[in-house]
Design a protein around this ligand. Sequence first.
Ligand code: RP5
Length: 169
Amino acid sequence: MTETKNASSVAVVMGSDSDLPVMQRCIDQLKEFGIEPEVRVISAHRTPAAADEFAETAPQRGIKVIIAAAGMAAHLAGALAGRSHLPIIGVPMQASEGPCGLDALLSTVQMPPGVPVAGMAIGKAGAKNAAVFAAQILAAGDKDMEAKVIEFRRKQTEAVIAKDKALNS
Ligand code: RP5
């Protein structure tokens, strides 16, 4: 598979540009898998019409997985899930004030039955894991992507083993 085939198969949407420093880890990890994401700033609360339009038109652009990051009353992932049949991965952001991202975590994952959001960890870990999870979803129907995910995991394991050896040598 070429990188062109993977272009914009994944969208990364965030509720504010203030989420970008954390979500850059997601974008960078997607690029490591050869995925060039569509990146948007759309708010479920501040730009609800744009959220609806984005969700309804995403399949036409070839988007297969949507990653949605938001903080505070984090309804972006859920709002998109209500408008789209595509798999939605939610990343809770830690706001500068408030309960350490737990507000966003619960707002992201506590979806009603029938409208799931795949909830990641709060913040940086969740941002990276969202990219890995998106690649794993794509890998189910793409042998080249499957090979990239397996290689990513192999390198990750090797890096930990190398650190363990370095500590004990
Ligand atoms: C959410 O509110 C955003 O996703 C962000 O995490 C949080 C604060 O947004 P800003 O006030 O920084 O724009 O909608």
